[in-house]
Design a protein around this ligand. Structure first.
Ligand SMILES: Nc1nc2c(ncn2[C@@H]2O[C@H](COP(=O)(O)OP(=O)(O)OP(=O)(O)O)[C@@H](O)[C@H]2O)c(=O)[nH]1
Ligand SMILES: [Mg+2]
Ligand SMILES: [Zn+2]
Ligand SMILES: [Zn+2]
Length: 384
């Protein structure tokens, strides 16, 4: 018997609620005789996928898994219907903040970190995009190009098979990642690209607010031009330090509007504030102390759980560092808008690119930490 997932399902494309009646199922014995199959009343009651009953169809008697969302018309991968938990996160941050580089190393680490998980992509587009980014960073050893703006981000859809539990049933988690163009985030308040981005933001379980420390005037004064140029994306980024406070506020307003949350109330959404490009800060005199927790390797993966004390320490160290840089307004804006905030620090590459944007051997630092925080909150890994 095929059981539809028990957790609440949202369409990964339009993030509207999905039920059996909200999908159209197709039996495709071959392209010419593609036909719709409707779930019976019993299927609906039992949360079962429909079975083809058409006479002479080659698939007669088979469970039909090919589906599209009735509301947006996009196809829903079959694996998507059978997950035990749904994890989704959305990366936001100005252009060049390091979002796509981060996602690339995050996925790589997830695959090869030694965690008892198997990562599988759900659709061709996700595979294609991941392969392209992976090839760029890990084989050609080159920085990524900026994500194209002005088109709505396509969700990357993954399945995680959890091999850590004994027994017949392997828990599966659906993981969708939205990594849009920073340029679209920067103008989020004025030119709503389309209703889709706003739904991505309001529908995600966790927001990753990516903060590029190299935009801070105090940092730019202290680190060398070589490192600065190698670690910034575009001319535009180098010439225009973006206003993160403004972005946090407009992001918050956007979510409030989409979710109907009044201004005086904190947004009930997990927000991971991720400081990127940590490697570029090591030469700062006014940086992190040499024994700082943030500079140590992450303990979460090895402990197979989320080490709360480590994460709290890192949160504290970065807040303290930001305060010393005079960035209290950014911290206040985050704390005033989101109820559940945690600050993280990562380096996707482990060291700055060279003057030609070439990378040395990629050695990510603490990139899995924000995801481990979400996994712990969802009860998938223990908090220790
Ligand atoms: N030093 C250092 N530089 C980094 C790191 N990650 C990214 N960068 C630099 O930041 C630039 C932009 O990174 P992306 O990942 O493309 O940024 P993005 O946020 O996806 O940008 P958009 O797609 O334009 O929104 C890269 O070309 C690198 O120069 C890092 O871990 N360390
Ligand atoms: Mg990008
Ligand atoms: Zn949809
Ligand atoms: Zn059929």
């Amino acid at each position: 018997m095929s059981m539809f997932s028990k957790s609440e399902i949202l369409c990964p494309h339009c993030l509207r609620k999905l039920s059996l009646s909200g999908m159209k199922f197709f039996c495709v014995p071959d392209e010419d005789s593609r036909h719709e199959v409707r779930p019976s009343l019993i299927d609906k009651l039992k949360g079962r996928l429909p079975v083809c009953r058409r006479k002479f169809c080659r698939n007669r008697g088979l469970t039909i898994r090919e589906a599209i969302c009735r509301q947006c018309g996009e196809s829903i991968p079959p694996q998507f219907l059978f997950h035990d938990k749904y994890l989704s996160f959305c990366a936001v941050g100005v252009s060049g903040a390091g979002k796509s580089s981060y996602m690339t190393t995050l996925l790589h680490e997830l695959k090869y970190s030694g965690l008892p998980w198997v990562l599988q992509s759900m659709d061709v587009e996700t595979t294609r995009r991941a392969q392209l980014n992976e090839q760029h960073v890990y084989e050609e050893r080159h920085c990524l190009k900026g994500t194209a703006a002005g088109i709505s981000p396509v969700p990357q859809m993954w399945t995680i098979l959890d091999n850590s539990e004994q027994g017949d049933k392997i828990p599966t988690y659906a993981l969708t990642i939205y990594d849009g163009a920073g340029e679209d985030c920067e103008h989020i308040d004025y030119t709503p690209l389309d209703a889709k981005i706003s739904r991505y933001l309001s529908g995600a379980k966790m927001l990753l607010i990516m903060f590029d420390p190299l935009l801070l005037p105090s940092v730019r004064m202290e680190i060398s031009n070589d490192i600065l140029n190698a670690s910034m994306a575009t001319e535009r980024q180098t010439s225009a330090p973006a206003n993160m406070v403004g972005m946090v506020n407009s992001l918050a307003n956007y979510i409030r509007r989409a979710c109907n949350i009044p201004p005086g109330k904190r947004i009930d959404r997990r927000a991971a504030v991720v400081i990127t490009k940590l490697d570029a800060l090591t030469e700062m005199i006014n940086g992190f102390a040499s024994g700082a927790t943030i500079l140590k390797p992450s303990p979460h993966v090895q402990s197979r759980g989320f080490v709360e004390s480590d994460s709290e320490m890192v949160d504290l160290e970065i807040r303290d560092w930001l305060t010393r840089q005079g960035e209290t307004a950014f911290l206040s804006a985050i704390d005033a808008n989101f109820r559940d905030v945690r600050v993280f620090g990562v380096s996707s590459f482990g060291r700055p690119p060279d003057a030609y944007k070439r990378l040395a051997r990629v050695r990510p630092h603490r990139v899995l930490d924000p995801l481990m925080w979400l996994l712990a909150a969802e009860g998938i890994i223990p908090t220790i």
